[in-house]
Design a protein. Structure first.
Lengths: 1133, 422
């Protein structure tokens, strides 16, 4: 881990001044090591990290950069991505402030690297790097590839970007001798770089018979824009019919025109553009004509006005409109005046177009002309005038528009309405109020709508007058406006209107207004009371009219009102009550809706109540487990496939494992399969904790069933998801839905069982199994206990686990789930009065010291299904019932022997307690129980002791922040704020250290021995290298850097590491000067440190630590999460 | 045949009046929002018939007359779905020269959008283009110029600015725009785009960093597929559904979703004619060929308005819009009491043309056109460049170039592989 030092010390440096220490350490590493270390850290985590790495890279010098590029491989010849990250990172780095001073060095290195490889794809990559950061200094190198079929294109593009005179010259030089594809690339590049010296040569090519040669040459001539190209480009464009064809001659000519204008040769531009306008009169030339006009306007400005005005006389909406759009951008009163004059002479559509343009142009001078045009005989003109008057005048146009509206037709009224709605200013509402009484029906309706849209409450009186209008359309508009304008004080009027109105649509509007006015009332209860009071005052026949208000209020009281109405009513009253239920806004109505959909009220009510039921569940705050139970209940009574589809669609938002499996059950359905697939995907991808074999199986199956426009995306998401996950410890079924496989009968209790002789137990088990088969049966995927018999027990014992199970009981029922052979998570009928059952199910019933009762009653009504999610870790239990937490991490006591804790592992049992109980969907996920690591008895007798028990870092000191314990291992996870290495608490002299380790790709760590707590262990003590030396980035290592080497001193034999990901076992033996390293049973180092360093060490560095007699043992990890476990040591005198 | 088509074309665009023709009033103003302009006479061709392109067959209600793809497999599938009489083409330039085509739909990968859009404009076609509009800022500038000079109609294929519920926001954009215009939230505003505010960045468009060279399948014209992009040896992961993971063709999840999310935000903020001046990024280092994920990008406008692209959903409490006077959350929830009622008193947002056929016939700009589409695509491209370069960028929204960053400026106009020209 020698390399970690530099970074850590850099960090320390910022607060101290131990500069020399860092220099010394860096110096000790060979360039190859430093580069290997650097590459191992690619790609950088973020910008500061990158900056640091690039600084290091810069310090490796030109030779370092070249050696890095030497590791690039051709595509498909090995993963060199870290190297490409480094090279590209460096190209980026030298283009920003902090790296700028290395730009020249980088350029030299890249040029040498470009010359130094034979592979053309690698060369192309290096050229792309020069395109990023190259300067004139790279021109010569790049020019060398301009005659190469593969590389001419990238090289010429790099030269275009470098864009120096020399680059242009180099392109032109190669151009003279080029042919074929190369010629085309160069012609294009000469155009891109706009080299005027190329004009003559390009002109020759521009008549070429080869389309691509002609195309690039014409483009180049156009882009260079020399005056002498004019005729050739014009002729070619004319031959192309001034339209598009693959040689792009017309585009080249237009580009030339633009360049001519840019260069200030306006006279030439004008002449050519006007000629083009004259000639392009054909139907398929209009776009070219428009372009010529646009160029003329761009470069001659106001002088093109006459041409624009004339365009309005030309045929064709496209050219005429182009002239208008161009005029919008041409500022000045003179232009306004000219267009007004023109507009005054025209009529109909042409005049309308001009008015619209004047509005967009924004010159207020045109306002007078525009409002005068509101009286134009042409409707098109009037419409345009409305829009432009508003745009130009804002509130100033208000009086004109309101005057106009009374003589306007319906389209014009709509247009004015739109204008008023978007108008700024506070006069709109008062002015509408003033004219309202005088308006005809059409405009009146529009103005009522404006008042409603603006919620002009102070004009409610005006609108109220209109509800009695004779004209039904006006009446309707007034009723519809009410809900936007009323307040609580208006309720009495509204209630009175409700009973007096006849048209059903207007009754609906009043109800909406009542709901709106009730917004000011605080509680649901208060709102219900207000409406109920009014309802009881009304005639019996009128009362059903009130029902539809209650679903909008919601809450228990409103529900009670409708429930009563439903129970007592008949005919229309009952219909209205059912409608009220199906329109309910909160989940309170679920039970009533279920009753309606399973009752016999006809197909329509079945369907509407079903849909309302599902809708309310989805939008409810019920926990996911409870939502699933309710949706499954609906699925049982879904009558048609679109109802089933609706359930499946809703399941996507119910992210539980059981929901996933339930949806998965429909994947093979020919009609519902793709809906099920979407549900499976939505559940699984959103909740990573559900992952396991069942989930991945369902996802794979779902991927094949997805259809629809997004399915390619979705399949890709599934693929990524699956690839990103290792086979996890997912849920497995405890009950297969068909028979009692995996289950056995109950023999005594665990204490007694453990004392039984195996033969006795076997015999008793057989008898118990016979009893089991009488008491427990499987029917339709449900496991039933009939009331007679004993507990049903899992064949397998379980330690820590998470368990899912659905259960249901009958009235008076009693049952439970035994955890680790002991009673029990309680199940009982919470409505029973003869016991303590009112506390609900889910509690740890037999606890005496610790809490036994559930936190809340979460039971569903007896006869409905319930879901338990039970977690047991150590002796503590957590239970969720129907998604609600009922037992919160409580210790479960041992019922069979209260003197001892609960057994560490035992069978799970479904209790038989004399009453009918059903179970389904039983799943379990085992959780690894951490067990302390202990040396084997054999090693113990040899004198080995644990240095790390897999649980705690008690024997360790130093960087305990970044070295953490995970799954029984010590892992390095940088970024937690720690500094340095992890060391033993004690010092060791002569010893045998045994341990196992697992590498990640390019993983890099080390074992320090006889090391001091401070300084670099590789030199201040000794380092036994730990390294994935097979990784690409380490291919240039020195022997004494291979895995197992005494770093820098004694090389190790290479090649005995297991493939990355496998666990290696290693032994380090050190006694006096003798050292031996054994990897996976193979001795890879066997040497004498005194002898090995007698004539200087292999790395020519000073290793004072070799003389240490004792010191600490340490882990010297950096960056990669190398894991260590089963660490034990034997000390020797 | 050709002659007849030309006549048909003149007829459509001349049938609105007897002589000189100008704009007419947009029909939606007159007919209400439900009004759909007749489309029976306009026709379309779809270029690029992968999954996206095939989705275009029904767009706009216009009949499809030609399809084009450089992969014969895609083309055959497209033909089988397209119905009788539709012609198939390998070379888009032939499609551009068909007189019977009014609207060209561009559904190729983004590295082709610029060229085809520009040439379609020069061919006198109106254009319906997939997002992101162009792969570089420079290509966008050229498309805007070509479309405007040749007086073509252009629409970008994202809908949220003017229709549809805006992802997880639970509302269309229109009332949000009105709220911002009302000033009730104050100024400047901060908009956060993350999962909590209704937008889930898709990060599975990451490229692979060590592609091996494979044989090009016979049905694919790979050289044509690459077109203006630098030559790289073929691997199937470069093309078709996974091309978004490579800088040469797109920009990962930003390329895919960026313009969908950002275009409405630009509209809401009233920034259709400008661009941010500062872009900061927090992302892992990017590979030279393959895009990967990013954590956070902040785009800041000159007036202090900011757009936060929160890739990690770090700001779980964030409002969609936050201003000094109030906040707006998904579902039009706000900390401003009685917001809906207060807002009603303010003027509505100006209407837009939301039927492309209407635009084509009246020659009035579509709601999401080359001009504002270019600006929102510039948001995407600024974000992509910041991720690619891994550093803060400063941008001049008038000159359309970066300040003090030569490398970033080199990426604005990237020379194309010959003989492809924009």
């Amino acid at each position: 881990m020698f390399r970690i030092r530099s970074l850590i010390i850099v960090a320390i440096l910022s607060i101290s001044f131990a500069l020399t220490a860092q220099d010394r350490d860096t110096e000790k590493r060979t360039p190859a090591t430093r580069i290997a270390d650097l590459l191992a850290k690619m790609p950088a985590r973020d910008a500061p990290d990158l900056e640091k790495l690039m600084q290091e890279m810069a310090e490796s010098g030109e030779d370092g950069l070249i050696s890095i590029t030497g590791m690039i491989t051709a595509p498909g010849m090995g993963d060199d991505s870290r190297i490409r990250y480094a090279v590209n990172g460096f190209s980026n780095f030298v283009m920003e402030n902090n790296g700028l001073r290395y730009r020249q060095m980088c350029e030299r290195a890249w040029c040498k690297a470009l010359a130094g490889t034979e592979d053309k794809e690698i060369k192309a990559f290096m050229i792309s790097q020069l395109q990023i950061m190259g300067t004139g200094d790279a021109v010569e190198s790049l020019a060398g590839y301009l005659s190469d079929e593969r590389l001419c294109d990238p090289a010429s593009r790099a030269l275009v970007v470098i864009n120096t005179t020399e680059a242009g010259t180099a392109l032109l030089k190669s151009f003279s001798t080029a042919s074929g594809k190369i010629l085309i690339s160069l012609a294009q590049a000469l155009g891109d770089i706009r080299n005027p010296d190329a004009e003559e040569s390009l002109a020759k090519l521009a008549n070429s018979g080869d389309i691509n040669t002609r195309k690039t040459a014409l483009y180049a001539l156009g882009n260079i824009g020399m005056e002498q190209s004019a005729d050739q480009l014009y002729t070619q464009a004319k031959n192309a019919g001034f339209a598009f064809e693959p040689s792009r001659a017309t585009a080249a000519y237009l580009l030339w025109l633009d360049r001519t204008g840019e260069k200030g040769n306006i006279k030439l531009l004008k002449k050519q553009a006007e000629r083009l306008i004259m000639e392009c009169t054909g139907e398929n030339q209009v776009q070219t004509r428009c372009e010529a006009l646009a160029l003329l306007v761009r470069y001659t400005g106001e002088k093109s006005l006459s041409r624009l005005l004339a365009a309005s006389d030309a045929a064709g909406i496209e050219y005429g409109n182009a002239a208008l759009s161009l005029s919008e951008g041409l500022k000045g009163e003179k232009v306004t005046a000219a267009w007004i004059k023109k507009g005054a002479r025209l009529k109909d559509l042409p005049k309308a177009g001009i008015i619209r343009m004047l509005g967009n142009r924004g010159d207020k001078e045109a306002f007078g002309f525009i409002v005068a045009s509101l009286n134009d005989p042409s409707r098109e003109v009037r419409l345009a005038s409305v829009i432009s008057a508003q745009k130009l005048g804002g509130e100033r146009s208000l009086s004109y528009l309101l005057e106009f509206i009374n003589k306007a037709d319906q389209e014009e009224v709509n247009c004015v309405k739109q204008a008023l709605l978007t108008m700024q200013g506070d006069q709109v509402i008062p002015e509408i109020g003033k004219i309202m009484p005088r308006l005809e029906a059409g405009p009146k309706i529009a103005m009522i709508e404006v008042l409603a849209s603006r919620r002009a409450s102070d004009k409610l009186g005006l609108v109220m007058e209109q509800v009695n209008e004779k004209n039904p359309a006006v009446r309707k508009a007034a009723f519809n406006a009410l809900s936007e304008m009323v307040e609580q004080k208006d309720l009495p009027v509204l209630f009175s209107l409700l009973t007096k109105t006849h048209e059903p649509e207007n009754i609906m509007a009043i109800r909406k207004a009542i709901v709106s006015a009730l917004q000011g009332v605080d509680t649901e209860k208060a709102k219900s009371e207000i409406v109920m009071l009014e309802m009881t005052r009304a005639d019996a026949a009128m009362q059903p009219r009130f029902y539809a208000i209650f679903p909008e209020i919601g809450g228990a009281m409103a529900l009670e009102v409708i429930r009563n109405a439903f129970a007592t009513g008949s005919g229309e009253a009952r219909d209205e009550a059912i409608k009220a239920f199906t329109g309910w806004k909160d989940a309170g109505a679920c039970r009533d809706l279920y009753a309606i959909m399973t009752g016999h009220f006809g197909k329509d009510y079945q369907d509407s109540s079903f849909k309302a039921y599902v809708r309310l569940i989805v939008s409810s705050a019920f926990p996911a487990d409870q939502k699933l139970l309710m949706l499954r209940k609906a699925m049982e009574v879904a009558s048609v496939s679109d109802q089933k589809a609706m359930i499946l669609e809703s399941l996507g938002g119910v992210r539980t494992f059981t929901a996933l499996v339930f949806a998965g059950g429909y994947l093979d359905d020919p009609v519902l399969g793709s809906r099920a697939a979407t549900a499976v995907m939505n559940i699984a991808l959103q909740d990573t904790t559900l992952f396991g074999d069942i989930t991945s199986g369902l996802l794979l199956k779902a991927a094949n069933k997805l259809s629809g426009s997004e399915s390619d995306y979705e399949r890709e998401a599934i693929r990524k998801f699956l690839a990103g996950r290792q086979a996890a410890n997912g849920f497995v079924p405890l009950f297969n839905g068909k028979d009692l496989s995996g289950w056995k009968g109950l023999v005594e209790n665990p204490v007694i069982r453990s004392k039984m002789a195996p033969s006795v137990l076997q015999k008793k088990q057989k008898a118990a199994d016979d009893i089991m088969r009488k008491g427990w049966i499987v029917k339709d995927g449900i496991l039933w206990f009939g009331g007679n018999g004993e507990n049903l027990c899992t064949v397998k014992p379980y330690g820590d686990f998470e368990m899912l199970v659905d259960w249901k009981i009958n009235p008076g029922g009693d049952a439970g789930i035994y955890l680790r052979g002991a009673p029990q998570v309680q199940i009982w009928d919470a409505s029973r009065l003869d016991t303590d059952a009112k506390v609900g199910s889910g509690g740890l019933y037999n606890n005496e010291v610790n809490e036994k009762n559930p936190l809340t009653v979460a039971d569903n009504p007896v006869g409905d299904w319930n879901t338990f999610r039970i977690m047991m870790k150590g002796e503590r239990v957590t239970v969720y019932l129907n998604g609600l937490l009922v037992v919160d991490n409580i210790i479960m006591e041992n019922y069979w022997d209260r003197g001892i804790p609960i057994f560490p592992s035992e069978q799970i049992e479904l209790q038989a307690h004399g009453s009918l109980v059903g179970y389904r969907d039983i799943y379990i996920r085992e959780i690894q129980q951490p067990e302390p690591y202990r040396v084997s008895s054999e090693e113990s007798s040899e004198g080995f002791k644990e240095l790390f028990d897999g649980m705690s870092l008690n024997n360790w000191q130093g960087n305990t922040k970044d070295y953490i314990v995970e799954n029984g291992c010590i892992v390095f996870r940088p970024g937690n704020g720690g500094i340095g290495n992890l060391y033993t608490r004690k010092e060791y002299r002569n010893f045998i250290l045994r341990f196992e380790f697992q590498l990640t790709p390019a993983g890099n760590s080390g074992i320090g021995i006889r090391a001091p707590l401070n300084g670099d262990a590789a030199y201040g003590g000794m380092e036994i290298q730990v390294l994935d030396d097979n990784a690409d980035v380490y291919k240039n290592l020195e022997q004494y850097q291979y895995h197992g080497s005494v770093y820098g001193v004694i090389p190790a034999k290479r090649g005995y590491l297991k493939p990355v990901g496998g666990w290696n076992s290693e032994e380090i033996f050190i006694n006096g000067n003798k050292i031996k390293v054994t990897l996976n049973g193979m001795v890879i180092v066997n040497g004498d440190i005194a002898e090995a360093s007698r004539n200087g060490t292999l790395d020519h560095k000073d290793h004072p630590g070799l003389k240490n007699e004792k010191g600490y043992i340490g882990f010297l990890s950096h960056d990669s999460p190398v894991q260590f476990r089963n660490i034990r040591i034997k000390t020797m005198e | 045949m050709e002659r007849k088509d030309i006549k048909r074309r003149s007829f459509i665009k001349a049938s609105l009046g007897s002589f000189a023709l100008f704009s007419i009033v947009p029909r939606h103003v007159l007919g209400g929002s439900a009004y759909t302009a007749p489309s029976d006479k306009l026709t379309k061709a779809v270029i690029g018939t992968g999954g996206m392109g095939r989705g275009h067959f029904g767009y706009g209600g216009t009949p499809l007359v030609a399809v084009c793809d450089v992969d014969k497999g895609h083309l055959d599938l497209a033909l089988s779905m397209a119905g009788p009489g539709v012609k198939a083409y390998h070379d888009y330039r032939e499609v551009l020269q068909l007189p019977g085509v009014d609207i060209v739909h561009i559904a190729t990968p983004p590295h082709w959008h610029g060229i085809i859009a520009q040439e379609a404009a020069r061919a006198g076609k109106d254009i319906w283009c997939e997002k992101p509009m162009t792969r570089t800022i420079g290509e966008g500038i050229k498309v805007v110029k070509a479309v405007q000079q040749s007086a073509r109609m252009f629409r970008l294929n994202t809908w949220f600015r003017f229709a549809d519920i805006f992802y997880g926001l639970g509302t269309t954009v229109r009332p949000v725009k009105k709220l911002v215009e009302s000033g009730l939230l104050g100024w400047p505003l901060k908009i956060t785009i993350n999962k909590s505010t209704g937008f889930d960045w898709k990060f599975y468009w990451s490229g692979k960093t060590d592609l091996e060279t494979m044989t090009v399948p016979p049905e694919l014209d790979y050289d044509f597929w690459l077109g203006p992009a630098p030559f790289k040896p073929y691997n199937p992961h470069r093309v078709h559904q996974t091309f978004r993971g490579y800088w040469d063709y797109d920009g990962g999840g930003l390329g895919d979703m960026g313009q969908h999310y950002l275009d409405p935000v630009q509209y809401i903020l009233g920034k259709d004619d400008t661009s941010p001046v500062n872009i900061t990024v927090d992302a892992p280092q990017q590979h030279p060929d393959a895009c990967s994920s990013w954590r956070r990008i902040i785009l800041t406008y000159a007036d202090g308005c900011r757009i936060i692209l929160d890739g990690e959903n770090r700001d779980v409490e964030a409002a969609f819009i936050e201003g000094p006077k109030g906040k707006l959350y998904p579902g039009f929830r706000s900390d401003i009491p009685d917001l809906v009622r207060k807002l009603a008193g303010f003027p509505d947002t100006a209407p837009q043309i939301t039927d492309f056929n209407e635009s084509v016939k009246t020659r009035q700009k579509f709601a999401l056109n080359e001009s504002n589409g270019f600006r929102s695509c510039t948001l995407v491209n600024l974000a992509i460049l910041a991720v690619k370069l891994g550093r803060e960028l400063k941008f001049d929204p008038v000159k359309l170039e970066f300040t003090g960053d030569e490398e970033a400026n080199r990426l604005i106009n990237q020379p194309m592989r010959a003989p492809w020209i924009i």
